[in-house]
Each structure stands twice: as structure tokens, then as C-alpha cells.
Write a protein that binds this ligand. Structure first.
Ligand SMILES: [Zn+2]
Length: 308
């Protein structure tokens, strides 16, 4: 490390960039609540709270992105795409990337393989039918994966997953169907923890943060990612970050980003394609299993020991 803590094992970004920032929007909308209980579909206040995203938030966010000529990644559950096809078309026409985010934003915890495959397939079919898109990227709803999720992501032909948490830079990971790219996320970079408040079903931290505080927090994060040469993935939800003062804070954040020539502001798809082209080592995901012989985890940049 140098005196500021920058890593020696620098990830190589293209075109002289030192770090990357991806603006990503999970258009969870009604799906995230309906997956808790479909009875919420008969609750107009709850549904319109979620519907704010595709109806009001996305158009505002698209204008902010267009004014700054920035491309983003929109992760869209299949149900959201079917219910809001005009929103999907607007995202597409603006040239943004569309990724897979389940069908009804399904929680994968405890789900059997046939069910997990069905969620994957229904999401793919919906995006194909509504948008004619076969996405290259997947992000698990709730960022919660099973032991088989990465295998399925590869088996269904995705180039990358964006649901894990163990790195600041993208890496290639082995699966049962060949390597894919993993682009990690962070709860600190998610607007859910900053803004989500819903009394029923209870969701979010229960704290509604001031947008100027979120702006300052994320700007500190981005500056640190720039120093460490990392990949900063901001996750936002249009029903949260599309509201007026929050959208203006995001616009200000993008304006600041665009003053930093060393930061590559791009989509997850571009980051994944670059990472695949680098042909770095393909790593094996290491999970602990008390009482069983497992592959030890190794720090980034260190030779990997043990069985692989
Ligand atoms: Zn989501």
C-alpha cells in the first residue's frame, strides 16, 4: 500500500481510468411488496407508494441522466416490466442497460432449485416479451443468493452477477457452467437503507435520511473508491430516489462525478465486459462449512492455498 492506503494489486481499468462508478436502479415497484403478500395488491396506498417509481421517479431520473449524458443500469423484475411497459421502453430508448432482477422480486432463501429456475425463466421471458431484451446481467432480489445461484446465472447465459459483497473490484468466479464476472455491491451504497420507510409491510431502516446527507455520504464513498482504484456500485430504487429532493441530490452527485476525469462512469455490463477481457484468474467462491473440509478463503492478491 502507499501512504494513503492505495492497493498495490490495482485492478486495471481501461483508457487510463483509475476507478469506476456504476449508477444502478432496481425498479422493484409493486413487485417487492406483492412478493411479501399478494393481498397488498388490493391496498391502493401501498401500491401507489411503490408505483411512484415507474410512474414518476423513472421519467425524472431519465431526464437527469440524459441531461448529463450518462448511461445507467436498470434492473427490472419481470412483473414490473409487464405492468409498466412504457417505462421499460423509455429506459430502452434512452440507451440504458436492462438487467434481470427476478420476476416478482422473489426472496431466494430456502427456495428449491426448480423454483429458483422458474423465477429466472419467468423474469427472462417477461423482459424478452416486453422489451425484446436478453440481459447479460443478474442481480438477486434482496441481493440474497443460494449456493446454486451463480451456477444458474452462468447456465442461463448471463455474463455477470451483481449480488455478492466480498470485493471492491470486479472479479471472475468459477461456476458449474463456466466463469462469470462478479461485481460486488455494498449496503452503504444502497438508497434502501437511507430512504426506505413503509409502515405496512414494514420495510427499510425506518429512518428517512436527508438527501444532502446522502449526497455527502456517497461522495465520501466515491472519493475513497477512487483512491483505492475500486468499483463503486450505487444501488437506487426509483420509488425512493426518484422523489424530488433525492433526485436533485443525485443530479448533484453526478455533476461532481463528472468533474473527476479518472472515474469511469459506466454500466455494469461495460464493467463486466472489460473484466472478462482482462482474463484474470478465475476464482472459486469459498463458503464456510463448519465440520466439513472446505476451501480456505484467501485475501485479494495473495496466492490461494488449500484445495480448490
Ligand atoms: Zn430489488
Amino acid at each position: 500500500m502507499d501512504r494513503n492506503g492505495a492497493d498495490q494489486h490495482q485492478f486495471v481499468w481501461p483508457d487510463g481510468y483509475r476507478a469506476a462508478v456504476a449508477l444502478t436502479f432496481d425498479v422493484d415497484a409493486e413487485a417487492v411488496v406483492l412478493n411479501v403478500n399478494e393481498a397488498y395488491g388490493r391496498r391502493p396506498s401501498v401500491m401507489t407508494h411503490q408505483q411512484y417509481g415507474p410512474v414518476t421517479g423513472v421519467p425524472r431520473l431519465l431526464r437527469i441522466l440524459a441531461d448529463r449524458n450518462v448511461r445507467a443500469t436498470f434492473l427490472i423484475p419481470g412483473f414490473t416490466a409487464e405492468r409498466h411497459p412504457a417505462m421499460v421502453a423509455a429506459v430502452q430508448e434512452a440507451g440504458h442497460e436492462i438487467g434481470h432482477h427476478g420476476y416478482l422480486h422473489e426472496q431466494l432463501k430456502g427456495v428449491a432449485e426448480p423454483e429458483e429456475r422458474a423465477f429466472m425463466e419467468r423474469g427472462l421471458e417477461a423482459l424478452q416479451r416486453v422489451a425484446g431484451v436478453r440481459p447479460t446481467g443478474y442481480r438477486a432480489p434482496w441481493r440474497d443468493t443460494t449456493e446454486r445461484t451463480l451456477d444458474l446465472v452462468a447456465a442461463y447465459g448471463f455474463a455477470y452477477d451483481g449480488s455478492l459483497f466480498d470485493r471492491d473490484v470486479p472479479y471472475r468466479v468459477a461456476t458449474g457452467s463456466g466463469p462469470i464476472v462478479e461485481i460486488c455491491v455494498s449496503w452503504a451504497l444502497d438508497d434502501w437503507e437511507k430512504y426506505a420507510f413503509l409502515p405496512d409491510p414494514p420495510m427499510g431502516s425506518g429512518v428517512i435520511e436527508r438527501p444532502s446527507t446522502v449526497l455527502q455520504t456517497w461522495w465520501e464513498e466515491i472519493q475513497a473508491y477512487e483512491q483505492f482504484g475500486g468499483c463503486c456500485v450505487l444501488t437506487m430504487h426509483p420509488f425512493l430516489s426518484g422523489r424530488p429532493a433525492r433526485a436533485l441530490a443525485l443530479a448533484e452527485l453526478i455533476d461532481r462525478l463528472l468533474t473527476r476525469p479518472a472515474i469511469w462512469v459506466t454500466t455494469l455490463g461495460e464493467i463486466a465486459a472489460h473484466t472478462a477481457r482482462l482474463e484474470g484468474p478465475v476464482e472459486r467462491l469459498s463458503l464456510p462449512a463448519p465440520g466439513r473440509d472446505t476451501t480456505p478463503a484467501a485475501p485479494v492478491g495473495a496466492p490461494r492455498g488449500g484445495k480448490t
